[in-house]
Design a protein around this ligand. Structure first.
Ligand SMILES: Cc1cc2nc3c(=O)[nH]c(=O)nc-3n(C[C@H](O)[C@H](O)[C@H](O)COP(=O)(O)O)c2cc1C
Length: 170
């Protein structure tokens, strides 16, 4: 599969088969994060792989009861390990770096036939308590990971001319 196909065809998965994710596939997905770019190549991130049923159930609760999170065989919780630095443009470095890594993982997962769903709606404090994450570390996102048990959903996207302009902001 080429990148363009993965970008166009991937969609969020909110229902998963009760089927484990093979270790070699999981490793390939984590490697996608490892190879993703980061500001000054600092790689200030940590990805927590959760398979324990009870821990996943707690994470789903911390994510405002999005129960499908607990039903996936794996949940990856993506953290920024240095959250005080901002880029010259004013954006927080860790949020951008970790988000890029997550995007890479999501596309790699799709190529391997696995589903994901970016989760941004979660209580960070509760998530940190569940996973023993230190105070200075920030949780940027999490995603369930597993074999989809749903057909691909339709994509609703703005047209290019709604989101692109040339030379000046319009
Ligand atoms: C930053 C961010 C936060 C999101 N948070 C959630 C979430 O908490 N729960 C959820 O079910 N989907 C969440 N999503 C998934 C979006 O709803 C989804 O990507 C969007 O509707 C487009 O659909 P698609 O992923 O199928 O293309 C999130 C996506 C992003 C990028």
């Amino acid at each position: 599969m080429d990148v363009s196909a993965a970008v166009r065809q991937r969609s969020s998965v909110r229902s998963y088969k009760a089927m484990d994710v093979e270790e070699d596939k999981l490793k390939k997905i984590l490697e996608a994060a490892r190879f993703s770019p980061s500001a000054s190549n600092r790689q200030e991130w940590k990805f927590i792989v959760v398979k324990n049923k009870e821990t996943k159930r707690k994470l789903a609760k911390a994510a405002f009861g999005q129960s499908f999170i607990g039903e996936a065989p794996v949940v990856i919780v993506a953290c920024g390990t240095e959250s005080k630095s901002f880029m010259a443009c004013g954006q927080p470095t860790h949020t951008v770096d970790v988000s890029i890594a997550c995007a890479y993982m999501i596309l790699q997962a799709y190529e391997l036939g696995l589903g994901t769903c970016w989760i941004g709606a979660f209580k960070e404090d509760e998530t940190k308590k569940i996973l023993n994450i230190p105070d200075h570390v920030r949780v940027v996102a999490m995603t369930p990971l597993g074999y989809p048990d749903q057909p691909p959903s339709q994509k609703f996207r703005k047209s290019l001319n709604q989101i692109v302009c040339f030379e000046k902001y319009e």
